[in-house]
Design a protein around this ligand. Structure first.
Ligand SMILES: *Cc1c(COP(=O)(O)O)cnc(C)c1O
Length: 330
């Protein structure tokens, strides 16, 4: 599968999004700088509607579809933020939306998708089964099937976050991006090549679900077990389009443990008054895991999302209480 996606598509996406989404803030926090030894800018995608950067992609996709195609409806498969992003965008454009979710998806997420007006179909034990069902539904009713990662318009939209980052800070040494399927990191590569060619784009994934990392290292899409508890990063395979762009532009791809990600999530709460979902803290986890690699540098970490579940918030509170009691060092 060959894909056309250029920097010009990202610029066009920004125009399309202008009436829908404001620029998100990017702040640094002295307490966080003190812990990392770097100047860390947190890009706050957690404040987006639906709570994650993916909404940029969903809205761009809908805005670029022909009205007749939108009217026939869209079908996709997802357990989490992609589902909410597409449901939100379809509601905004008045398009029917069906999301196939594995039967194991949390009721919280199913509820969120339904509240956005989409149809949630629960099917199968995993994403592969959900994908198969979505393909069937789309074919049966001649509806548009949306791959969560091999869809150029999604990456073009997601790339607008990196226009904002590099325009605000043209002097960054590195930008660190959490990866599941790789749309965010791939778009970062595309934009950095134009606006900040000296800035390293560093991807990070959970070592408990390393499919994108291993695909990048192998130079081919591979499947890997998905055992991470970090929902936004949970994926079992590499995706062609993001891998292609990451191969061209990524400086490095790191792995961190789920435990390191949860610790970074706690630090965002205590040092940057930010409630991130765990996936949104993975970039900071990569910086904390390699202090020597980032010391003295200007780094953007993308806080990709804030959709922490009630269970996640309860666990975060437990870790914060441990830190207060002195069991964890600040
Ligand atoms: C989807 C998601 C990611 C991973 O993004 P990809 O584009 O799939 O690599 C990271 N963080 C959050 C909060 C997400 O929703």
């Amino acid at each position: 599968m060959e894909h056309e996606l250029t920097y010009a598509d990202v610029l066009a996406a920004r125009d399309l999004l202008a009436g829908h989404l404001p620029v998100t803030p990017m702040w640094s926090y002295p307490a966080l700088d003190a812990v990392t030894g770097a100047t860390v800018y947190v890009k706050h995608e957690n404040v987006q509607p639906v709570g994650a950067f993916k909404v940029r992609g969903g809205l761009t996709l809908l805005a670029t579809m022909a009205p007749a195609q939108r009217a026939r409806g869209l079908v996709t498969y997802s357990t989490g933020n992609h589902a909410q992003s597409l449901a939100h965008a379809c509601a905004e454009f008045g398009a029917p939306c069906t999301v196939v979710m594995p039967a194991t998806a949390s009721m919280e997420k199913v509820r969120a998708v339904r509240a956005l007006g989409a149809t949630a179909v629960l099917h199968g034990a995993d994403m592969a089964a959900a994908q198969e069902r979505a393909e069937q539904l789309a074919a049966d009713d001649d509806r548009h099937l949306v791959s969560p990662a091999d869809t150029p318009a999604l990456l073009a939209g997601v790339g607008t976050a990196y226009l904002e980052i590099f325009e605000a800070r043209p002097d960054l040494d590195a930008v660190v991006v959490p990866v599941g399927s790789g749309t965010g990191a791939a778009a970062a590569c595309l934009v950095a090549a134009k606006l900040a060619p000296d800035c390293r784009v560093v991807a990070v994934q959970s070592s408990a679900a390393p499919a994108a990392h291993d695909s990048w290292r192998a130079g081919a899409c591979v499947r890997r077990p998905d055992r991470t508890a970090v929902e936004g990063l949970a994926t079992g395979r590499g995706f062609t389009l993001p891998q292609q762009l990451m191969r061209a532009g990524l400086a490095d791809f790191r792995l961190v443990s789920d435990t390191q990600i949860f610790e970074a999530q706690r630090l965002l709460a205590s040092h940057a008054h930010t409630l991130a979902e765990a996936a949104g803290a993975a970039a900071l986890a990569a910086v904390l895991a390699d202090p020597d690699g980032f010391v003295g540098q200007r780094i953007a970490v993308v806080c990709t999302g804030g959709n922490a579940s009630a269970a996640e918030i309860a666990a975060l509170a437990d870790r914060a209480a441990d830190a207060v009691a002195g069991h964890v060092q600040d």
